[in-house]
Design a protein around this ligand. Structure first.
Ligand code: 5GP
Ligand code: ZN
Length: 114
């Protein structure tokens, strides 16, 4: 998708710290980390948000979360815990319209979120 920053990163046309890549999923370090670990796992397929996912995208959605868990384990986050977040739409604070799962760890997170 033209004019999508994450599509450009996925296509290696825009620099980013890529920490994981497979046929369906790419993960990068967030440029403005909100915690000691802050990664973004995204599908190669341009889905603007979770609202655009259909039944045929179930495999991609599953892969996003299994990759998120893999990345968290790789960083020894699983015993203390970590947070996975998908922001959907303006009220949730979504700023990049390419579906992504935030993987946040390395500090305590509170609930409810702000
Ligand atoms: P959202 O607000 O859509 O849930 O999350 C978008 C995230 O992407 C933000 O945490 C923001 O810091 C990150 N981000 C935006 N532009 C870039 C970029 O060009 N490179 C990287 N690595 N992260 C970005
Ligand atoms: Zn995109």
């Amino acid at each position: 998708m033209d004019n999508c920053i994450f599509c450009k990163i996925i296509d290696h046309k825009q620099p980013a710290k890529i920490v994981y890549e497979d046929e369906q999923v790419v993960a990068i370090e967030d440029i403005r980390p909100q915690s000691p670990v802050h990664l973004l796992a995204m599908p190669r397929k341009h889905l603007p948000s979770l609202n655009d996912a259909e039944g045929s995208d179930a495999t991609i959605l599953g892969r996003l979360f299994t990759v998120a868990a893999h990345l968290a384990r790789e960083r020894q986050l699983e015993s203390r815990g970590y947070r996975t977040v998908i922001n959907n739409g303006p009220w949730a604070g979504q700023t990049v319209d390419h579906l992504h799962v935030h993987v946040l760890g390395g500090r305590v997170f509170h609930w409810p979120p702000g």
